[in-house]
Ligand binder design. Sequence first.
Ligand code: IMP
Ligand code: MG
Length: 185
Amino acid sequence: MKSGSSYQHSHLKRVLFDETCIRERVAEMGTKITDEYRGDSLTIIAVMQGSAVFMADLIREIQLPLQLESISVASYHGGTSSSGTVTFHQSRMPEVEGRDVMILDDILDSGRTMSAVKQKLAQECAPRSVKTAVLLSKEIERTVDVEADYVGFNVGDEFVVGYGLDYRGLYRNLPVIGVLKEEYI
Ligand code: IMP
Ligand code: MG
């Protein structure tokens, strides 16, 4: 029987970023964040579920006093394009008053999610500062004008899965990032 990972791997038509490439880039991002916040502590807010894998790897590359929070947000609702609405699944935002906060997400696409999270944090949580980091940034014209402070890789306007990114809840545990074959969509 095939392992879960090689089974899912066979659903990809193209691998964009393999494990080594992701590991090296995430390490670089961690070093940059460490350098830029030196002397301060940092609170990471991971946007679940998509940023789970990225978060787990990135925080271990950041050499700072660090606290971890998460929020659950959805904008895709199962398909391969943004639904246009951003839904917050928890009733309370993390308590981060006066802290330096970094929002982490897997991918910046239309910009709606990142923009909604930033706005809600600023309105309700009074952080000292807010920056953003994404593993992937789609090179498209954003629906909402927002960019991330730290970006792992730029990608084209394609639907990608793996390393936390899902299609209908699947493929998050694939260690690489790639494009699904049409027959699986
Ligand atoms: P945005 O709100 O349109 O910027 O979309 C961001 C969210 O949509 C991310 O947090 C992802 O969960 C999801 N998303 C956007 N593009 C993709 C993709 O290519 N694959 C999987 N999920 C995606
Ligand atoms: Mg998401």
